[in-house]
Design a protein around this ligand. Structure first.
Ligand code: G1P
Length: 294
């Protein structure tokens, strides 16, 4: 039986402690990347892959997120009066993007727990999970590729990327076997944030998943793992080893920006701004001058 259209789930309930004090009263997903909050890029990516229903898992500070995806009548009528169509379009863009829903995580018990909160909304259908710390360049169609792979294989698909072994302790890491497709691997094992010497490979999970709904049953009994949190990686490890489960990895070789770390966040802003037609021409020569003076 064909499944219903994929829905997207975006966990946005983290405490954002790395970006304090900016995240004291605002979710880290609302931090601007150039001139858009990080989460808007992620919603746009889901929409670009053909998804129109998005569930955001929220923690504290919900208002900024829900307001961002809602209309703002007083601001809009003010811009209409001024005839400022450009800014009006920018304001309306985020409220017209997708059908956005919210659910609270309750307690911050980990990514696996956050994903399990999507069960009632997603029901018994495969769905995508997109983590807001990872931005994928809009020119590199990773999610669409993963949705296609799910349909081809009928099993969970995760995004993997080769990283420097020195960085592997920051990621979920996969043990893999090749398939006939050079960019697709069969996942045989997963470890959340291993030490360099224990890592089964240098293939890191980046924050894109297309999950089979069987993951919900697995998450119900997944015990707290690394950091005392219910880890999605641990549930996927079990799914990979189930007879009627299976996990595949799409090895991504495109452009990814990490907004979860301060230095990487600043780099992401500079790279994305330099690529833009409205900002790049002014910025690029300045970069050279600035770098020459370092
Ligand atoms: C989460 C996952 C981890 C994954 C990472 C990708 O960790 O638990 O497996 O590699 O996202 O960004 P976090 O960075 O939220 O600690």
């Amino acid at each position: 039986m064909p499944h219903k259209p994929f829905k997207a789930v975006i966990p946005a309930a983290g405490l954002g402690t790395r970006f304090l004090p900016a995240t004291k009263a605002m979710p880290k997903e609302m931090l601007p990347v150039v001139d858009k909050p990080a989460i808007q890029y992620v919603v746009e990516e889901a929409v670009d892959a053909g998804i129109s229903d998005v569930l955001i898992i929220i923690g504290r500070n919900k208002n900024a997120l829900s307001n961002h995806f809602d209309s703002v009548p007083e601001l809009e009528s003010n811009l209409v009066k001024k005839g400022d169509q450009d800014r009006l379009a920018k304001v309306q863009e985020s409220s017209d993007l997708a059908d956005i829903h919210f659910v609270r995580q309750g307690e911050p018990k980990g990514l696996g727990h956050a994903v399990s909160r999507a069960r009632a909304h997603v029901d018994d259908h495969p769905f995508a999970v997109l983590l807001g710390d990872d931005l994928i360049d809009e020119r590199d169609k990773l999610l669409a590729r993963m949705l296609g792979e799910y349909d081809k294989r009928g099993a969970t698909v995760i995004a993997l990327m080769e990283v420097d072994p020195e960085q592997i302790h920051l990621y979920g890491t996969a043990a893999v076997e090749p398939t006939d497709d050079p960019d697709v691997v069969k996942v045989t094992g997963l470890v959340e944030k291993p030490k360099k010497e224990d890592a089964p490979s240098n293939l890191a999970i980046i924050g894109r998943y297309v999950l089979d709904p069987k993951v919900f049953d697995v998450l119900e009994h997944t015990e707290p793992g690394r950091g005392g949190e219910i880890q999605l990686t641990d549930a996927l490890q079990e799914l990979a080893n189930m007879e009627d489960g299976g996990v595949y990895g799409v090895v991504f070789r495109g452009r990814r920006y990490d907004t979860g770390d301060k230095v990487e966040y600043i780099k992401a802003i500079l790279q994305l701004a330099a690529d833009r037609d409205d900002l790049g021409p002014d910025l690029r020569p300045w970069f050279k001058e600035f770098a020459a003076g370092l």
